[in-house]
Write a protein of this length. Structure first.
Length: 120
């Protein structure tokens, strides 16, 4: 057997030994590709969740502004009630008006407008 034949024989034996290893590595590579695809999908879902949370944050900020406005309105009502009590002009209809105004200020005139109606 010549050295060339010996090398070919050794090369064939090495290829036979490495074939199962190469097949196993190909399976591992395919599994890793699948995992990579799933991770990409999860990343996309997380991006979607981030966008939804940003929307929720914006809505909460809007609600905070509305609550601050309502707090200001309620403070105004409290001040007006205090003024009315101090003046001794509190009446049942005045209280009803203030309660209605506190529940929905857009549907009812301001206290000053109401007082003008009471005078006229």
């Amino acid at each position: 057997m010549t050295s060339e034949e010996l090398l070919q024989s050794l090369s064939g034996m090495i290829d036979q030994k490495l074939d199962p290893i190469n097949q196993h590595l190909e399976k591992i590579d395919a599994r890793l590709d699948g995992i990579d695809n799933r991770l990409d999908g999860m990343d996309n879902r997380l991006d979607g969740m981030d966008k939804r949370f940003d929307g929720i944050d914006a809505r909460l900020d809007d609600m905070d502004v509305r609550l601050n406005a309502m707090d200001t309105r309620l403070s105004n009502v409290e001040e007006q009630l205090t003024e009315i009590k101090e003046d001794g002009k509190i009446t049942r209809s005045g209280v009803e008006h203030l309660v209605a105004w506190a529940n929905d200020p857009r549907q009812h005139p301001t206290l000053d407008e109401w007082e003008l109606k009471q005078v006229n």
